[in-house]
Design a protein around this ligand. Structure first.
Ligand code: SAM
Length: 274
């Protein structure tokens, strides 16, 4: 029985499922992790192409169906688990990286992406081809200053190069969802070293910068953080403020470089203004 709560909209467009696997490139030597294989629309194509396929499915009935279907395919391993609980490091052989594919369960798109970025930053993942709600994909690949640009865009773009590949209408799925869906390729290429910032501290800083969309960057930084750190004083911000950032700029209008410059200039005060 279909479980709508698990985001079960199954892909029925043959051209699209082939295009998704094609977008991963040559797979003969690769380990691929599939998130939410469902009835195996993408799994069956992957199984024939990659060296090893690890399919993570939360629904016990679907996991059992897939295990049975691929019982004669030793390269396919079906793990019945919540993808948000799976330790990617335990799946990827030491010294190697894996690729990820998935028509994602849309209700947990952002937490899945954050886990992928964390694994990418550890060198465990090379690329991902993932389908998500069109509006979310637009945010991931938006440029600073665009209406769609925000914290998720900045977080994505410091971790990966995001490329929107194609968009599908609801009729490509059974049952059809209420939204259009976009397939996106992410090449994991963390920029923390290049920008001279540490991952955890800069992530917390970005949350502060984007805390309230209508506020200027300075006003967001003057406010206490959700994590309980005090706000920066006007004098502290004035002393650290890079010339390239307009005084009334909002974080949504700025590229990562000036935000990193501000972060580095504020660092002597303690990364969370404690
Ligand atoms: N890949 C299939 C396809 O394209 O037809 C199914 C995609 S469907 C949008 C999402 C799949 O993710 C469903 O099979 C659902 O059961 C599974 N799923 C939902 N939540 C999950 C979770 N937390 N961990 C792993 N799989 C999950």
């Amino acid at each position: 029985m279909r479980k709508p709560k698990l985001g079960q909209n199954f892909l029925i467009d043959d051209e699209a499922r082939n295009a998704i696997v094609d977008a991963l490139g040559a797979l003969g030597e690769r380990t691929v992790i599939e998130i939410g294989p469902g009835h195996g629309a993408i799994t069956s194509i992957l199984a024939a192409r990659c060296r090893r396929l690890i399919a993570i499915e939360l629904d016990p009935a679907l996991a059992a169906e897939l295990r049975f279907r691929f019982r004669a395919a030793p390269q396919v391993e079906v793990i019945e688990a919540d993808v948000l609980e799976v330790d990617f490091a335990a799946l990827v052989p030491a010294g190697e990286s894996a690729d990820v594919v998935g028509n994602l369960p849309y209700y947990i798109t952002s937490p899945i992406l954050l886990r992928l970025f964390a694994a990418g930053a550890r060198g465990l993942l090379a690329r991902a081809v993932v389908m998500m709600q069109r509006e979310v994909a637009d945010r991931l690949s938006a440029a600073p200053g665009c209406r769609e640009y925000g914290l998720l865009s900045a977080t994505t773009q410091i971790n990966a190069r995001a490329e929107s590949l194609f968009t599908l209408p609801p009729a490509a799925f059974s049952p059809p969802p209420d939204v259009f869906s976009t397939v996106l390729r992410l090449e994991f290429a963390p920029r923390f070293v290049e920008l001279g910032v540490d991952a955890a501290g800069f992530d917390a800083f970005l949350h502060r910068c984007f805390a309230q969309k209508r506020k200027t960057l300075a006003n967001n930084l003057r406010a206490a953080s959700h994590a309980g750190a005090r706000g920066y004083t006007t004098e502290e911000l004035h002393a650290a403020w890079p010339a390239e950032i307009p005084a009334l700029a909002r974080a949504e209008s700025l590229a990562l470089e000036p935000l990193a410059a501000l972060y580095r200039a504020l660092a002597p005060l303690g990364q969370n203004a404690e």
